[in-house]
Every structure is written in structure tokens, then in C-alpha cells.
Design a protein around this ligand. Sequence first.
Ligand code: AHG
Ligand code: MN
Ligand code: MN
Length: 344
Amino acid sequence: MPIISTNRLITIERHIASEEQLHPEATGEYSGLLRDLTLALRLIARDVRRAGLNDILGFTDTTNVHGETVKKLDDYANDVIFRAMDHGGHLCVMASEESYGLIHIPSRYKKGKYVLVFDPLDGSSNIDVNATIGTIFSIYRRLEPNDTSDGSLTDVLQPGYKQVAAGYASYGSAMNLVYTSGNGVDVFTYDQTIGEFLLTREKVTIPQRGKIYSINEGNYNRWEPRLRQYIDYLKTPSDDGLRPYSLRYIGTAIADVHRTLYYGGIFMYPADSLSPKGKLRLMYELNPLSMLIEQAGGRATDGTRRIMDIMPTDIHERAPVFMGSQDDVLDLETFLRGEHTSQQ
Ligand code: AHG
Ligand code: MN
Ligand code: MN
């Protein structure tokens, strides 16, 4: 089994404190940041669960910076994260999928040495049908660690390999927090009776190859021919029994990636003739999810480049993505290069 469960009773705070001991220079600022963030996640989870009851389901009149209709819960989650994180003294600036420009720390509060980038609610089209949604985050160090002024755009526009930590909370049948600080991927499950995230899976590793592909196949006719060939290949039975693959697609990136992390296979959101850079956002979705996938032993590319090596030029930029099990992503890359031979 690739996933190691644990019997040890460890809260997220205890876990972060023990990881901090690996860094003698740590000041405790990072633990404080994570404490504030998990408070925001608990608040969002509570209101996701109560969404129908509170009659806050449905659309607001506004659209976000990507031209999509924003649901009330997106706004709410964006706001909660801001209110939990603006005054802790840990951050110098934030950026969110739902906010047009940078989110500055109010002038009355201390500026810290970290940068927070987040997608407050991922999968918002699934809110009304009670399918899994989540919150994704990335943490970076500011470029000048001793600077005490506001963080700037260059502090935010860092490539994914510079992430100090990344993770997501999924609001599904249980609330999971999937987290890495570059020391493997650990999964915590929220126990609402005691208000704590407890470690439930340690050092998750993704299978070397899976048997599931995940993509919005309704866009098939808009893809480049080599990608279509790859998808056709996955569906064609093979003598060795490796194919056909199963298709699973929830339409919430964190939920599709979560399944991919556990069961292996490949998750894709490619470019197509209408969206030359795909749909998903490099900074809010792809970098944090890529860090988790790589930390679990998987691979994440835009077809030719490692996602985490892409130098962002705009906080809201998008990129195509293919991520998951090593062997599956390598196969896909072979197809995209036009090097796959039909005997394989
Ligand atoms: P968000 O709700 O943050 O805007 O993200 C939605 C994204 C992502 O979660 C998912 O993978 C993708 O949209 C699904 O897009 P399609 O409906 O085009 O398949
Ligand atoms: Mn999203
Ligand atoms: Mn979102």
C-alpha cells in the first residue's frame, strides 16, 4: 500500500512545531501563520456545511477577475482568510484568485516575512450539488527577509519551486488538510467534536502508475491531435491488462488531484483551441498542487516544462497542466512530443 496510516495522535499544531525543530533558525512566526490559516479553514468548513441552511447558496451579481460568476461562498471564504491573516504579523502581502490586485496588510499591522497566495474556494460550481470543494494555499518567503515594509508584486511572482509550504483543505464527507513543507505530504482530518486537525496519513506516496485519467473530455474536439491520440490510447484495451483506464472527473481540481494522489493516474487541464493557456491558474492552483504531487513522488508539467519552474509574470496567469503518477505523465509527454509508437 502506498499510503501509510498512522496511529499516533498528533495535531497539526504539534506537527508544525516538530517540523520547526528541524530548522534551528525558526522564530515561531511560521507556526503562528499556520495557526491563523487553520482557523480560517475551520471557519470556511463550518459555513460550507451550513451553506444551504443559511440560504447563502446562489450567485452574487458580480464576476471575478477571470470573468466567472462568483458565488457568495467564494466571497465569504476570501473575506474569512483575509480577516484571519491580516493582523498576525506573519505576512507582508497576499494574493487571491478572487481579488483583482495584491491584498495588502493594513498599515496599522506589522508586516512579516511570508507571502500567502490562495484560492479561497476551489470547485465553486459544485457548491450547489454538495460535491467536494476546497481551499488551496501556497506560502513563500518575501525576497528581503529583514524588510518590514509592505510586500510587493515581485514578492508574490515567485516560481513554484520557491514555495515554503503548500496545501489544500477539502470540504467533502470529511474535512481533510493535505499539507507539505517540503518534507513529504501529510494528511490531517478534522475532528469537529474537539476542533482539531489530527494526522491521519503520513508521507503519502503516489503510485508509480495508475489506472485512472481525469479530464473534461467534453473539450475533446478542441484539443491538439496528439492529446486526443493519448486519450484514445488510454481507452484502448491492451493485452497486458494495463488499459483501458477508467475516467473520473469531479470538476473540482483539489478533489480530482486528491484522488490522483491516493490512487495514481493522471489529472489534466490542457490548453485547447478556445483557451490557449488552459483554465487553471498557475499561482493559486497549479503550483501548490504540483508541490504536493512532487512531494508524493509524482510529476507535474505543462506538457514540456515542470510547472514549478515556470516564472510567473502575472498573479492571475493560467497554464495547461498534466499531473500525477510518474509513468503516466511520462507517457503523456511522449505522445505530446509525437514520439509514441503504436506497438507500445
Ligand atoms: P474555481 O472554482 O476556483 O474557479 O476552480 C474551478 C476549476 C477547478 O477546480 C476545476 O478543475 C475546473 O475548474 C473545472 O473546469 P471545467 O468545468 O472546465 O472542467
Ligand atoms: Mn480553483
Ligand atoms: Mn476559486
